[in-house]
Design a protein around this ligand. Structure first.
Ligand code: SF4
Length: 605
């Protein structure tokens, strides 16, 4: 019979497929065959062959999108966006989707490791590793305050609270949250322009025209999934507008640039001059929004030196192009100017570029519309370059006994060798990394944390967006939640540490923080609330009202320009410099920045 024949044929192909792939894996795997049956007895909440979905938070970057992860037979098969999460509303970028691969990365640490006298790493049991750490921390605490330092990925909520309490009990307040994209220039620009040292909120969906000065928001810039979705909303709303919705001013045509209607290939390092020339054109052509009219008095003389006719030779952008940008940007208000990208994370004129972008937004009346302050981004808590400089200096002086590195890789991402030489002065470096990286090379003890898809936790990328994390699958290796390690170690050091951190397991710590005091007494009601929170992926409040801001007189900042010359700081050389970078006097030896510009110019297009 045809039906039976087809079933037999399908079964035959299944068997052939399974056996041939098993044979293939057997040859490829260094450890030989592995089980193809995940469970002999499956857990209560798993139905063999039926997908189960868990909401959690993506921690691949600080944007903190919500995830829904599909598992089959206890194995993670796919990650998608959580439709209920306000940041990404069901979308997920490629990096977020790749989190699944990171869980099954064969290079992950499979157990704790310690460095032997011959310099190689050897396995150690969790109890022995925690005792070793407790001994070192206790010794350091007795030597004096602030000799223990924590540097780790950005944290909020439970782990933020626990690490602060834990360090305080160890008589240290030295904790740095470090991410390779720190957005410090944005925070500096906000402080100078509005007196608010914070990352503003960009509402792409409200903008009718976007002008980006190297901010690669399609790839990775602050919150790329959210921004790309907002941009797509704008694009659909203005699909019939032949004048376009997006101009990208950048020497390199990135993925973001490829999505622009207009690409303006400004000379590398001259983006800030293009922005200021556009600001000058807006003032000169009388296009200033009424809300910014009060600033015209001091702006006109301050911007005079940035007239497009003067900057064209330095930027390769003609006065006609500048005039067209100025008209389009103001006619489409609310529009949005954004500055950043490469310039936002390392170059000295990055803060100047951000100030120029903010100025454009003020002139077009965008502040309070498509750009607001008071969003309460977690990014505002990131360490500044000065904080990192101080850490390097104190470490080099020998003031640090124990350095704890939590899911950060500063050796790779800080543009300096000062850190690596400083690390050699630390007697005991502890890493909580999941796998080997440039920083774990300096570790004396590795206490591998779970992958975030195996872990309890929480993360609030901006005020009102409280996401909760739950394990979506059982842990693969002999890893341990850092929260559990900190609590266990605290209980071994002394009474003060034990009292401060309590005895709860990390899962219960997170749960009770979410449910508040008296959760145990409320019993079943608390369980229901917790289940609902886990199902939703967190607790999400309506957006708070934006903070009112007013532009300060920044004419002195604009006037501090020393030379209008591409490759030099267009105005205020003191705003920012990379960690450990030599400060080169203008006109003397060439700066590192100039070397970099030369490299960019020489890059093939
Ligand atoms: S943008 Fe969102 S999905 Fe992409 S890596 Fe960051 S948190 Fe994950």
């Amino acid at each position: 019979m045809a039906g039976i024949d087809s079933i037999e044929r399908r079964r035959f192909l299944k068997v052939i497929g399974l056996t041939s792939s098993a044979a293939l894996f057997d040859q490829c795997s260094p450890t030989g065959s592995e089980n193809v049956i995940p469970y002999f007895v499956s857990p209560d909440d798993v139905t063999p062959g039926v997908g189960a979905y868990y909401a959690t938070i993506c921690r691949q970057c600080p944007a903190g999108c919500g995830m829904v992860v599909k598992t089959i037979n206890g194995r993670i098969t796919k990650a998608e966006g959580n439709p209920k999460h306000p940041i990404n509303q069901g979308r997920l970028c490629g990096r977020g989707q790749a989190a699944v691969q990171a869980v099954y990365n064969p290079d992950r640490f499979r157990q704790p490791l310690f460095r032997q006298q011959n310099g190689t790493m050897a396995p150690i049991s969790w109890p022995d590793a925690e005792t070793m750490l407790a001994d070192k921390l206790g010794e350091s605490k007795r030597r004096g305050p602030n000799r223990i330092v924590w540097i780790g990925e950005l944290q909020t909520d439970s782990l933020d609270e626990l690490t602060a309490i834990w360090l305080h009990a160890l008589h240290s307040d030295r904790r740095l949250f470090y991410e390779s994209f720190d957005y410090e220039p944005l925070r500096q620009a906000g402080a100078i322009a509005f007196g608010r040292a914070e990352v503003p909120r960009y509402l792409f969906d409200r903008a009718n025209f976007i002008m980006s000065f190297g901010a690669e928001f399609v790839e990775t810039w602050i919150s790329n999934v959210e921004f790309t979705a907002g941009y797509s909303t704008t694009r659909q709303r203005r699909i019939r507008d032949a004048s376009g919705t997006f101009a990208c001013i950048s020497p390199r045509r990135s993925l973001t640039g490829l999505n622009a209607d207009v690409w303006v290939p400004a000379r590398p390092g001259s983006e800030v001059l293009v922005a200021l020339a556009t600001a000058h054109a807006i003032v000169d052509q009388g296009l200033v929004h009424p809300s910014a009219g009060a600033h015209a008095g001091w702006l006109r003389p301050a911007l005079a030196r940035f007239a497009a006719g003067r900057t064209a030779a330095l930027t390769d952008v003609s006065p006609d192009s500048i005039g067209a940008l100025a008209r389009q940007f103001t006619a489409a208000a609310p529009s949005l100017a954004i500055g950043g990208g490469v310039g936002g994370t390392g170059l000295r004129h990055a803060a100047s570029l951000e100030i120029a972008a903010l100025l454009l937004n003020v002139l077009a009346g965008n502040v309070g519309e498509s750009l607001t302050y008071g969003a309460g981004y977690a990014l505002d808590r990131l360490a500044t370059r000065d904080d990192l400089d101080q850490l390097i200096q104190s470490t080099t002086r020998g003031d640090v006994d124990v350095l704890l590195v939590h899911k950060a890789n500063p050796v790779l991402t800080l543009p300096t060798t000062a850190l690596t030489s400083a690390l050699s002065h630390v007697p005991f470096v502890v890493s909580f990394a999941s796998g080997p990286d440039e920083t774990t090379d300096y570790a004396h003890l590795i206490l591998p944390d779970h992958h975030f898809l195996e872990a309890w936790g929480d993360y609030t990328p901006r005020a009102g967006v409280n996401g909760v994390m739950q394990p979506v699958a059982e842990r693969l290796f002999d890893t341990r939640a850092t929260g559990d390690v900190l609590i266990d170690v605290a209980n071994q050091i002394d009474d003060e540490c034990a009292r401060a951190c309590g005895h709860a397991a990390w899962r219960d710590y997170v749960r009770s923080r979410w449910l508040g005091d008296g959760a145990a007494a409320r019993g079943g009601e608390s369980d229901l609330r917790w289940s609902e929170t886990l199902r939703t992926g967190g607790r999400f409040a309506a957006d708070a009202a934006p903070a009112p801001v007013a532009l300060r007189d920044i004419s002195s900042t604009l006037n501090s320009e020393r030379r209008i010359r591409a490759g030099r700081q267009p105005f205020d050389a003191s705003l920012r410099r990379p960690v450990g970078e030599r400060v080169v006097a203008a006109g003397s030896a060439r700066s590192d920045h100039e070397h970099r510009l030369e490299w960019i110019r020489g890059a093939p297009s």
